[in-house]
Design a protein around this ligand. Structure first.
Ligand SMILES: O=C(O)[C@H](O)[C@@H](O)[C@H](O)[C@H](O)COP(=O)(O)O
Length: 261
């Protein structure tokens, strides 16, 4: 069992500043990883906060401090739709940022789409992504996934992260790194998702939550009943777990947890 880091909270004035500050934070983290190891690895998230972060990076004057050709991009989850469906996380990520930076296409690892070789067999599609992750894992990395520098997660109002929903089978998975998801409470119903073991193999996990509608989820995930009922509470990085919030999303965190007493 790998040690997991204790959550740290950073609360920004509003969601716009949260996106801009997190963009600066992520650019710096990627640049530092590339300076240290010549490469960096980031897992993207779908959702409004994830997309706002990508848009903020695209608009950042520091954007091209990143060596985009030496960056591996993965996804934490994906909607199992046709590859050009505007509801796909990867399609939205390309529109926000990926289409305007010189990435190495071989290092952009989209999850399979329903119009690909697996067709309606989302289990086979999930297994293929697990294989791709395992192939990319280094000799010292035993979780079957690469040691991601930063794994980004939006947080749902029900405390879901990626496509791991409270009490659903995916959040209970302890062996596989990638699962197929059926009956997602958040449409569309069929998805592919990393599991908590895969998430917890990341060096750093950054959870993004902004807006009043996330306040209950944030408070529950930070104080509550555990990862089956609150999947976000199980999203911990090996060396860092960072909750990146705006004041509205942080508004129900019990005193003493924030600000640090
Ligand atoms: O595929 C997805 O829908 C996302 O990966 C999902 O996990 C998202 O991050 C949360 O639902 C938060 O979404 P918002 O940031 O839009 O609230």
């Amino acid at each position: 069992m790998t040690a997991a880091s204790t959550p740290q909270l950073v609360v920004h004035r509003d969601k716009e500043l949260m996106a801009q500050a997190t963009a600066a934070r992520l650019i710096t983290r990627i640049v530092d990883a590339q300076a240290a190891r010549g490469t960096a690895s980031v897992v993207l998230t779908g959702g409004r906060n994830g997309n706002a972060l990508l848009a903020a990076i695209a608009a950042s004057p520091a954007r091209d401090a990143v060596d985009w050709a030496r960056l591996d991009l993965w996804w934490g989850d994906e909607r199992y739709l046709a590859s050009d469906d505007p509801e796909r996380n990867a399609v939205q990520a390309r529109a926000e940022l990926l289409g305007s930076v010189p990435l190495d296409p071989a290092r952009v690892h989209e999850m399979p789409a329903s119009d690909g070789e697996f067709g309606s067999d989302v289990e086979a599609a999930a297994a293929r992504y697990a294989q791709e992750l395992a192939r990319a894992a280094g000799p010292g990395e035993h979780a079957g996934v690469p040691a991601f520098d930063v794994l980004l997660l939006g947080v749902g109002p029900d405390t879901h992260v990626a496509s791991l929903f409270p009490e659903h089978p995916g959040v209970r998975e302890t062996e596989l790194t990638v699962v197929a998801v059926h009956g997602s409470p958040k449409p569309p119903p069929i998805r592919i998702s990393l599991t908590l073991p895969a998430i917890r193999a990341a060096r750093e996990v950054w959870l993004l939550a902004a807006g009043e509608d996330k306040a209950d989820a944030v408070a529950m995930a930070l104080t509550g009943p555990g990862e089956i009922q609150a999947p976000a509470s199980g999203a911990r990085g090996l060396s860092r777990t960072l909750w990146l919030l705006d004041r509205a999303a942080a508004s129900k965190i019990p005193a003493g947890l924030y600000p640090p007493s």
